[in-house]
Design a protein around this ligand. Structure first.
Ligand SMILES: Nc1ncnc2c1ncn2[C@@H]1O[C@H](COP(=O)(O)OP(=O)(O)OP(=O)(O)O)[C@@H](O)[C@H]1O
Ligand SMILES: [Mg+2]
Length: 226
């Protein structure tokens, strides 16, 4: 589960304006939240914080049941981050690695046997419609192919928390719908899911509570009380 208690985050110095200010909300295990708000509101910044790429400047943040502190050892944060699947807005694939090797990364970090890895990668790439593109380097992919590779990489290790930043903006409508159905299914099975989007028809398709950001502040916290 996720719990933020009066969390603020500044990009630079202590006296700079906070990008995220006084955020308090919780998402229970298996909860699904839309993350909405205008461009520049701080959606990607909040997802980076939940992905523990940055730490709160103020306040307390609990991710997957663990309270993350500034003085935490880096190795502990990396281990926690490995339990989170993240689809970045700009995908952040390894450009020289093949589609299959990008998607295999989370499983290799878990030291899973190579034959198991190959089977799982093959199955998930087939599911996202990239079964014939496995050996292509990521820097030769179209936008939609990159996005589907990033989605496969984010879910292949069945993380307890999935964070997705505009995960459908390069997808066809039918692909977006399948992805949404899968997120809903994963959430029903106990995975916590947070999806930032501008796609209103997607939000209408799956009615779930939303976190609404404006100028780095939460104007709707999804309604769940800690
Ligand atoms: N690399 C950066 N350096 C400095 N400021 C940045 C940087 N990235 C984002 N910002 C600023 O931080 C604020 C929050 O940006 P963020 O990317 O989190 O918004 P967003 O809600 O994800 O927007 P969008 O819907 O366009 O993706 C904005 O004011 C933005 O201009
Ligand atoms: Mg963004």
């Amino acid at each position: 589960m996720i719990h933020l208690d009066n969390v603020s985050w500044r990009r630079g110095k202590k006296d700079s304006a906070p990008v995220l200010a006084h955020l308090s909300f919780m998402v229970p295990q298996g909860g699904f939240r839309w993350l909405l708000g205008p461009s520049g509101a701080g959606k990607s910044s909040l997802l980076s914080l939940l992905h523990i790429e940055n730490l709160p400047t103020d306040g307390q943040m609990t991710i997957l049941g663990k309270t993350v502190a500034q003085e935490e050892k880096r190795a502990a944060l990396v281990r926690l981050r490995q339990r989170i699947g993240m689809v970045h807005q700009d995908y952040q694939l390894m450009p020289d690695l093949s589609v299959a090797d990008n998607v295999a990364l989370p499983l290799r970090l878990q030291n899973r046997p190579e034959d198991e890895i190959q089977d799982e990668v093959h199955a998930i790439l087939k599911w996202v419609g990239l079964g014939s593109r496995t050996d292509v380097p990521a820097n030769r992919l179209s936008g939609g192919e990159q996005q589907r590779t990033a989605i496969a990489r984010a879910i292949i290790h069945r993380p307890g928390l999935i964070l997705a930043d505009e995960p459908t903006n390069a997808l066809e409508e039918s692909q977006s719908c399948r992805l949404l159905d899968m997120f809903a299914e994963l959430s029903a099975m106990g995975t916590t899911v947070v999806v930032a989007t501008h796609n209103e028809s997607l939000v209408r398709r799956l009615e779930r509570p939303f976190l609404f950001l404006e100028h780095g502040r939460l104007v709707d916290d999804g309604g769940e009380q800690p």
